[in-house]
Ligand binder design. Structure first.
Ligand SMILES: [Zn+2]
Length: 416
């Protein structure tokens, strides 16, 4: 009977993902919809919001004065085809991105538009891969499971149960569980990920789930979901952040404060997979399309707000307090080291960017300048270890400039 129900769910997910690929890029609310009626969700959400607001009112000094916390993560890679068994390097890149996004250290922060610059929040939350497993043994913080199931959806027991071919969660009070798998039958065109709110019913599934081609910024990632922002968005849901729009379909209604957070303006667009190149307005105010809780393309997401930070810290203290006490990993401090080399050099057809051992930034803007200083090539979302074609350049000397916000590295290149 159980198998029959799961098969039905799988079939349902296939058809619904195929039909609504764009508008359902985040499955967080689908999980709730499978567990509660719309009225129940509304009531749960209201109660939750009230709880968190009360805590914020009573703990305003705490929010201003606490120190950075590091939260332990375990990544469960559940794979069927070899490509889905992503590399350790791809996993490390995602942890780095989560840290940079949650500490407001990412390359896109300087691009935040003026009225919102003062709202950019350093969430003072960092993540690290667990070094101690639930049974006390040493671990890399990564599990790998080969599954007979070719693809999953966010609601699939097959993904979350070891006896059905998936991976069981580690103690969800002590670890943030991240499942990485193929979601939906189509690579590049289905649900990107999902995260569980604290009021999701099944405690064994608390965590986030990300499509393998939208995880991190190295390996088989696909534009425009290639910079690891799906996990940042879903982690936002895990800490009870709502979308800044109201229902995920355009045009959105100009609802009254859909996320319950005063410093995120109401907007009537989701910006799904888009990268606006100029200021946007809707619902009588300027749109914060660069907020992580939008559907915007990865390259144009840049910030959480101070109001969102207050919700995250309230959630951690009121509803996920054990995570604050969990001591199963060692933090690696975020650094501004920014050292890169290029190889091969001299090069004829292509080169790749290599990062220094203590450098953590893996993406940024790459420009090639000739000896007169003229820009002859520019790629705003270049990544380390990805080949850059220089077949069209004439032979000679060039400068390769790689930058992230105010950080900059320059190398000499000989094209032969
Ligand atoms: Zn979402």
């Amino acid at each position: 009977m159980r198998l029959l129900r799961n098969t039905f769910l799988l079939f349902f997910a296939i058809t619904s993902c195929g039909l609504r690929a764009q508008s359902e890029q985040c499955g967080a609310h689908q999980i709730l919809a499978s567990q509660y009626s719309p009225e129940e969700i509304k009531t749960l959400h209201q109660k939750n919001t009230e709880n968190l607001k009360n805590w914020q009112l009573e703990n305003q000094n705490f929010i201003k004065n606490r120190s950075v916390v590091t939260l332990p993560v375990v990544v469960h890679v559940v794979w069927h085809e070899e490509e889905e068994n992503i590399s350790d390097d791809q996993i490390y890149s995602q942890i780095d991105i989560l840290n940079k996004d949650f500490r407001a250290m990412n390359c896109q922060v300087p691009t935040v538009e003026d009225p919102f610059k003062s709202l950019v929040a350093d969430m003072e939350v960092e993540f690290c891969l667990a070094q101690i497993a639930p049974d006390g043994s040493p671990t890399t913080g990564i599990t790998r499971t080969r599954s007979p199931i070719p693809f999953f959806d966010c609601n699939s027991d097959f993904l979350y149960k070891e006896d059905l071919g998936g991976a069981d969660a580690w103690d969800t009070d002590r670890y943030i569980n991240i499942w990485v798998a193929k979601l939906g039958p189509v690579v590049g065109g289905s649900t990107l990920g999902c995260g569980t709110f604290t009021y999701s019913r099944d405690s064994a599934r608390q965590g986030i789930t990300i499509n393998y081609w939208a995880f991190g910024n190295v390996g088989p990632v696909i534009k425009p979901n290639h910079l690891g922002r799906t996990a940042t968005h879903e982690m936002g849901h895990f800490f009870n952040l709502q979308h800044v729009f109201s229902n995920g379909n355009e045009p959105e209604p100009c609802a009254d404060d859909p996320d319950g957070i005063p410093d995120t303006p109401t907007q009537n667009r989701t910006y799904a997979q888009r990268c606006p190149n100029e200021t946007q307005f809707s619902c009588g105010t300027q749109d914060m399309y660069m907020n992580y809780m939008n559907y915007t393309a990865d390259g144009c997401m840049a910030m959480f707000t101070k109001g969102q930070k207050a919700v995250v810290w309230a959630t951690l203290n009121v509803l996920r307090p054990e995570l604050l006490q969990s001591n199963v990993c060692i933090a690696t401090p975020q650094t501004d080291d920014f050292e890169y080399t290029i190889a091969p050099n001299p090069a004829s057809d292509f080169f790749t960017l290599k990062k220094g051992a203590t450098t953590t930034h893996r993406s940024g803007t790459l420009r090639i300048l000739d000896t007169s200083g003229k820009v002859v090539f520019e790629l705003w979302d270049a990544r380390v270890n990805s080949p850059i074609s220089i077949q069209d350049l004439q032979s000679g000397f060039y400068f390769v400039e790689f930058s992230c916000g105010n950080l900059r590295s320059i190398s000499k290149l000989v094209k032969i």
